[in-house]
Design a protein around this ligand. Structure first.
Ligand SMILES: [Zn+2]
Length: 711
């Protein structure tokens, strides 16, 4: 029956490609790759291979799951949980590669296929989680787990999987399942409506002017970009000036305000941003979000929790909204106190000018920039020659990993890649044994998504006999042929960050693929990556890689000191605006199931007052009405996770500093107790056992410069 649904879906939405090739041994995904580490055979994979392999993979997985659900034998850990871990290997094999190329090296056909296949794989997941026969077996094993003498990882698998089934609604009566389905349907429609309105609202919110005086302070390049934006929106009639347009960014603050000397332009752009989705027109999102919050609260109650947040946090490290809220509230006094004093510094600057006024949110970026220039200015062109990509990689990223964990790297030119700029390294453990394959794809391309990320091509699992194959992607400027790639310090940090995710994947040493490597909750997954960023500034590591690419000279001390100091610039504002957004998210998702429809205007004002985050010049990073993360991007009751991971990484680095820093003993202990463990243990306990206590916020405040050292 379930198979029928999938086929029906296929015909309803139409195949992405009219002629899907048959799936057989000639398809490179048919069997595990014969290359070392089962590395994908990119030299053999054609775009037309993906769809037949994905379709066959989904059908095979469904068949395997049906066989588990219908097994006449009594449910056991082996025939249910382990069997589920073994199911879907073909789909994983092809999807991991498909996910990699659609992110880093895509084209129109692949994007079309992605749009077609993504909802089908999500539907397959839902099918599996709401399969009543399967859940009965899962539940039977779960209920007798204490008497099964399972090893700790197996026990964790039982508890984790059971929790995921329950979270998806498997434990509900048929009537409540139908109600849940209705709520989910209405919810996803509202999410799409919200997104569409917001996209239109952001577009309409662009600032347009035909007065050149309005743009004073912008560079010629910025003005040219604004003229181009105007031309793209509404080509001017021949001989007519089309003016300038400044499109809105997602956040409340608009980076362009940094440069605009015309205060009324700053105010107009800021107000366009702040009110973008609250103008009472067709793009007003307030009715959508009020209803979304209400039905999410109902969903939380239906699933047995006091709120949506309480339900959604059950599988996160924080576990409860209270833990997340207590954490955010503990940061608030230091953040708002510093933001207030930053504001006072700027007010003093304003008062020293002839036309005095009171600092407003639209003035912040502009005056902060004046302070930054005076105190922290970094000349990029002076810094970049010391950050040559290969030196950063080998003398920085690899060097730190070698000092901490004893691992070594050897480039493999014989492993096929999906694009000629991609490089592959074999990673060896301290004892010389093969550990992993690591790919890096650092240069910007038109067919690559923006930003930087890490993911797996092969997920480590002892059960399946797989060693990890992971990749890092970034968007650094590609140098001209024969020229060195000279990076900014942000780029350097990005390399250490993504490699930190890479280590989390490469050190994975777990039995079950579900619990392996980076497959950890949102509030934990950025911890290993952000932790690894710290080594970029470690004096021994920094001195080893930050050398002039021509002369080999180390970076002058005063330049290095400026880089360090600039990290604490404007941190009162930066932390306060994130805290305000994170608390708004929590307030919306803490509503009880019986809560009436809220008025977004008063709700937001009251929430900021209540949480001591209502600072006139420091608005939340996102206002409720354009907070895309929480209404359509899966971060609902989860925006706190960014700050939570930051607490962990700063606290963890403090432990290293207290224990001698960059040593093998420290690295091995961290690897053994944290990095290799994936999600095989309760993460809070895992952390506390390694740290010897709970994570504290003081190191984070210290790193942001919000706490004097020694206090
Ligand atoms: Zn990351």
């Amino acid at each position: 029956m379930t198979l029928g649904i999938l086929i029906a879906m296929g015909t309803a939405s139409g195949a992405a490609q009219t002629q899907v090739a048959a799936f057989g041994p000639e398809n490179p995904f048919y069997a595990p790759s014969a290359l070392p580490f089962h590395a994908p055979a990119f030299d053999k994979i054609k775009d037309s291979d993906y769809q037949p392999a994905i379709d066959a993979g989904m059908a095979q997985k469904l068949e395997e799951v049906e066989a588990i659900a219908n097994n006449p034998a009594a449910p056991t850990f082996e025939n249910t949980f382990v069997a589920l871990e073994r199911a879907g290997q073909l789909l994983d094999r092809v999807w991991n590669v498909f996910n990699c190329v659609t992110g880093a090296n895509t084209n129109d056909d692949l994007q079309k296929l992605l749009t077609y296949e993504t909802p089908r794989t999500t539907a397959l997941d839902d099918e599996i989680h709401l399969n009543a026969k399967l859940f009965a077996r899962v539940k039977a094993v779960y209920e007798k787990r204490a008497s099964l003498h399972l090893d700790p990882e197996s026990l964790r698998l039982v508890e984790y999987q059971y929790q995921e089934f329950v979270k998806a609604g498997a434990n509900l009566s048929e009537e409540d399942k139908a109600r849940l389905k209705k709520l989910n349907e209405e919810g996803s429609k509202l999410e799409t409506d919200f997104l569409n309105r917001l996209l239109a609202a952001a577009k309409d919110g662009a600032y347009a002017t035909s007065d050149p005086k309005a743009l004073e302070g912008l560079s010629e390049a910025q003005k040219a970009a604004a003229a181009q934006a105007a031309q793209e929106r509404k080509p001017a009639a021949a001989g007519k000036q089309q003016g300038w347009v400044i499109p809105l960014q997602n956040t409340t603050q608009q980076p362009i305000l940094t440069f605009l000397t015309n205060r009324s332009t700053r105010q107009a752009i800021f107000e366009n941003s702040w009110n973008r989705a609250e103008r009472g027109d067709a793009n007003d999102t307030r009715a959508d979000i009020a209803r979304l919050a209400q039905l999410r609260a109902e969903k939380g109650a239906l699933l047995g929790y006091g709120s949506y947040a309480a339900w959604n946090l059950t599988d996160q490290m924080a576990e409860t909204p209270k833990a997340a809220i207590d954490f955010l509230d503990a940061l608030t006094p230091a953040a708002t106190a510093r933001a207030t004093s930053e504001g006072k510094d700027m007010q003093a600057l304003i008062d020293s000018e002839p036309s005095g006024f009171t600092l407003q949110p639209w003035d912040w970026e502009f005056y902060a920039e004046q302070v930054r220039k005076a105190k922290y200015d970094l000349d990029e062109s002076q810094i970049r020659p010391y950050f040559e990509l290969n030196s950063v990689l080998e003398n920085g990223v690899f060097f730190a990993a070698n000092k901490l964990y004893g691992i070594t790297f050897k480039e493999r030119k014989d492993i096929p890649v999906y694009q000629p700029d991609v490089r592959v390294f074999e990673v060896f453990d301290a004892d010389g044994k093969a550990l992993a394959l690591w790919y890096c794809d650092y240069y910007k391309r038109d067919n690559k998504n923006g930003g930087a990320w890490m993911d797996s091509l092969v997920q480590q699992s002892k059960l399946l006999g797989n060693l990890p194959v992971v990749f890092n992607v970034a968007n650094f400027e590609k140098p001209a042929q024969g020229q060195p790639a000279l990076l900014s310090f942000d780029d350097v940090t990005t390399m250490f960050h993504e490699f930190g995710h890479g280590l989390h994947g490469m050190f994975a040493n777990t039995e079950y693929p579900t619990l392996s490597g980076t497959q950890t909750p949102r509030d934990f997954v950025e911890f290993p990556s952000q932790f690894n960023e710290h080594w970029a500034s470690d004096p021994a590591v920094f001195a080893n890689y930050a050398k002039h690419y021509k002369t080999g000279e180390p970076m002058p001390a005063e330049l290095a000191a400026k880089i360090k100091k600039s990290k604490t610039f404007n941190q009162g504002y930066a932390l306060t605006e994130i805290l305000a957004a994170a608390r708004l998210d929590m307030e919306w998702h803490m509503l009880p199931g019986t809560a009436p429809l809220q008025n977004p205007d008063t709700f937001e004002t009251d929430a900021l007052q209540r949480t001591h985050l209502a600072l006139a010049a420091v608005p939340p990073r996102y206002r409720s009405s354009y907070f895309l993360h929480i209404w359509d991007n899966g971060y609902q009751a989860g925006y706190y996770a960014y700050l939570w991971s930051e607490m962990l990484d700063d606290d963890a680095f403090q432990w290293f500093e207290d224990h001698g820093g960059l040593t093998r003993a420290n690295g091995d202990r961290f690897r053994q107790m944290v990095l290799s463990r994936g999600n095989t243990e309760d993460l809070e306990k895992m952390y506390e056992v390694w740290r010897g206590g709970k994570p504290a916020i003081e190191p984070m405040l210290k790193v942001r410069g919000l706490k004097e050292e020694g206090k």
